[in-house]
Design a protein around this ligand. Sequence first.
Ligand code: NAD
Ligand code: 6OH
Length: 484
Amino acid sequence: MKSILNYIDGRFVRGQHEFEDVNPADGTVIAQVSEADQRQVDDAVGAARHALRGEWSRLGVRGRADRLHKVADAIEARFDCFVKAEVSDTGKPVTLASKLDVPRAAANFRVFADLAKMAGLESFQTETPDGKSALNYAVRKPLGVIGIITPWNLPLLLLTWKVAPALACGNTVVVKPSEETPATATLLAEAMQEAGIPRGVYNVVHGFGEGSAGEFLTQHSEVDAITFTGESRTGAAIMRAVAPTVKPVSFELGGKNAAIVFADCEFEEAVNGLSEAVFLNTGQVCLCAERVYVDRSIFDRFVQALKRKADSLHPGWPMEKDTDLGPLISAQHRDKVLSYYRLAEEEGATTIAGGGVPQFGDARDNGFYIQPTIYTGLPESARCMKEEIFGPVCHVTPFDSEDEAIAMANDTKYGLAASIWTSNLQRGHRVAQKMNVGITWVNCWYLRDLRTPFGGVGLSGIGREGGMHSLNFYSELNNICIRL
Ligand code: NAD
Ligand code: 6OH
């Protein structure tokens, strides 16, 4: 049986306790994972603090950027290994991991390495009351030891999205990947070694949240900041944990994202786009659309077209090339999503597609597959319209006017992403600017430029990462004022 170890101060370290890593496609145990205890989290944080002052700081911005490009090279050199590990841990289709997760991990390192080298600094010439002047300029310093806590849906992509800018700014990190998907964080440690990242700069502690490595990290007095992606209520727990030590936080949290489809959209494009937006990664992307609002004049046609898409998805074995729908991450998560399928019916929904669990007659029946599902007929007040489900499911609602669509889309405590589908350019801009979210796509979905601000409003998060926003979070600015 494969072992997945912690990585502390440049060494792979076993823990006192182990937990199982399960393949969601067939429920088999694929590895034993070493859980880091309090002492090992202390060791990891201590190593990270020590490494802040060593070779890592002496390398300077350019030296660190060169090493980060080498990390990207090492990821690309082990591309198949990363893909296989991510597919086994998550059950996502191999085509998706090859197209999205692993290339993005390498891109995260390259983009933030280059950005850190290019980043300018603020300066101001200040006129003083005595007719003289002063020069103000800010210098950028690392924030320190960064605790990075990440979820299971895009494990390597979301981990490196934070590790790369944190390291580019000269920080050191202790990462706590999701207990469901530990493999690629440890594999990344091998890439770090190969790229010559000094020991202590990148540390991995495995484990759970409360009473385990996650909580030990957030409560640690020697951790200078916490960056977290995951559920909104976990964000709230982390906020309480960091309060006594007043750590800065960056939170990328849940969503209950809306899509608005106008009658003047390119119909096929919108159906294909929405099919991705609802079902990609079995709906386990924080940006997925769970609420779709469609102009009443094309409502029936649209619902039927989306149903054909849902029914045509192939829930195959993850490593097979024609699979486009993997399982959910765990039995527990499937129970949660199925409880919403039941709730939707109790709340009066009409089931257009899916609503249950597929049967295969092979080992996939021991996995956590679920049918892609479409509902109509729920009132806006239904719980299924308000709570994040995080599965391959959406509800489609008709609308009669632009204002009504905007009001329904914005009627949520979340505010992560929205998509607008229209061929009217002015309408696209107008509606997009009224969306109460961090990211709005027009005639596309999950099209990323890593320099752009990324984050959410309300329950969807605190702060923005991406481009300079990441560099600003992962560094401290010291403003220097010189009287001239
Ligand atoms: P989760 O909040 O359950 O877990 C995320 C991480 O937090 C895991 O590593 C977990 O072990 C850790 N954790 C849990 N409790 C903790 C605690 N008390 N202290 C410290 N760490 C703790 O989230 P998940 O189920 O892994 O991921 C799915 C959720 O993540 C969804 O809500 C989804 O919308 C959200 N998400 C958001 C974004 C975004 O960019 N906004 C991206 C991906 C996922
Ligand atoms: C949430 O599940 C997806 C988040 C995606 C990103 O953070 C990204 O940078 O693409």
